[in-house]
Design a binder for this molecule. Structure first.
Ligand code: PLP
Length: 389
């Protein structure tokens, strides 16, 4: 009987050992042993499907991957040490000198750095496409375009890209569509259903959800994952079994955590709507979001991130952060603890004003990663800090 993906995220488990444990044990071993020279030779020849070495595979890692595949509705996957190694692994496996990447302009800061500061070293070309000008995307595809890379919702602008439209475009031009699904998680959005070839995550965020470990994962079509595996098993971005064990346990509660994150985010949006200190608020499921209809079409709920623009700009942004009493100022998101950040004075401070506008960062933009504290306490802290901003 085929089980619901959320049940599979709870129930998929490495085969029980002779100890008959209920919860998966931790396989902290660098390598695996063979009973004979023949078995070892056959395993190395690919004739037997045994574990060899933890840089290639490990039971804890496989369990985490299998759960992610069940949740995303994909055939295969590979888990990495961080979200960035998942992204870098995808770029390096599929892009060669002379190839071209089309990416949405608004991407996570380190992804932007790889594309703009390092691609030229390997003679890889790129174009950034603007989210508010989808007509231009087709004209930016060149004969050597090999991959389209996007985030939706984007970090930190919370822009939404229509996955159905993009899936068709990628198919028409036979390019690999890669979606960073970190902000939605597979609970809220399944890009494979729209034709995405590879879906990746910073598992550091909601997949762990408790701010403990770094991790990443890429899932998708088997033929592409086989290529990624061949590249990564030799170049070494593999995840540690401990982190995979922990992330696999975290997936058992992903659905319930995300539902409560969304409940809290929706309540916060209601409390902030029309607040006199704000120019605007942004949330994918708020009717004022420019891509509200698309968000409703492809996401189950609006997610756990809320942004707002303070009327007082940069100065107010800093005052707001300093006035917070409970929310944490930290360089992470997707935690049980609510987190506030002010991109213009921190993560995106080095961008020119034009670049900031291009990715939706205004001087007064505040990003809240809404956590799992009681919503009354989250609201109270944000509202009192707004009074002082
Ligand atoms: N992608 C997105 C959308 C992110 O927000 C982040 C980190 O914040 C990353 C990728 C990178 O992930 P990691 O920090 O796990 O390397």
């Amino acid at each position: 009987m085929k089980k619901h993906p959320n049940t599979q995220a709870v129930r998929i488990q490495t085969p029980r050992t002779s100890e008959k444990e209920h919860s998966t044990p931790l396989f902290l071993t660098s390598s695996f042993q063979f009973d004979s020279a023949e078995e070892m030779a056959a395993t190395f020849a690919g004739e037997l499907d045994n574990n060899i070495y933890t840089r290639f595979e490990n039971p804890n890692v496989q369990e985490f991957i299998d759960k992610m595949c069940a949740l995303e509705g994909t055939e295969a996957g590979f888990a990495t040490a961080s979200g960035m190694s998942a992204i870098f692994g995808c770029f390096m496996t599929f892009l060669s000198a002379g190839d071209h990447l089309l990416s949405c302009r608004s991407v996570f800061g380190s992804t932007h750095t790889i594309i703009t500061k390092y691609f030229h070293r390997w003679n890889i070309d790129y174009s950034y496409a603007d989210l508010d000008d989808t007509d231009s995307w087709e004209s930016l595809i060149k004969p050597n375009t090999k991959m389209i890379f996007i985030e939706t919702p984007t970090n930190p602008g919370l822009d939404i890209i229509d996955l159905e439209w993009l899936g068709k475009l990628a198919k028409k031009y036979k390019v690999i569509l890669v979606v960073d699904n970190c902000f939605a998680t597979p609970i809220l959005q399944k890009p494979a259903a729209y034709g995405a070839d590879l879906i990746l995550h910073s598992a550091t965020k909601w997949i762990d959800g408790q701010g403990r470990v770094l991790g990443g994962v890429v899932v998708g079509k088997k033929e592409l994952i086989d290529e990624l595996f061949a590249f990564c098993k030799n170049t070494g971005p593999s995840i540690s079994p401990f982190n995979a064990w922990l992330l696999s346990k975290s997936l058992e509660t992903l659905d319930v955590r995300i539902q409560r994150h969304c409940d809290n985010a929706e309540e916060l949006v209601k409390a902030l709507d029309g607040h006199p200190k704000l120019n605007s608020i942004k949330y994918p499921f708020h009717p004022s979001h420019p891509m509200y209809e698309t968000a409703k079409k492809q996401m189950k709920r609006g997610g756990a991130l809320v942004t707002f623009d303070l009327k007082g700009g940069l100065k107010s942004g800093k005052k707001f952060l300093n006035a917070l009493q409970m929310l944490t100022l930290t360089s992470n998101l997707g935690d049980t603890r609510s987190i506030a950040s002010h991109p213009a004075s921190t993560t995106h401070a080095k961008l020119t004003d034009e670049e900031k506008t291009g990715v939706g960062i205004t001087p007064g933009l505040i990003r809240i990663s809404v956590g799992l504290e009681n919503i009354e306490d989250i609201k109270a802290d944000i509202l009192q800090a707004l009074e002082k901003s």
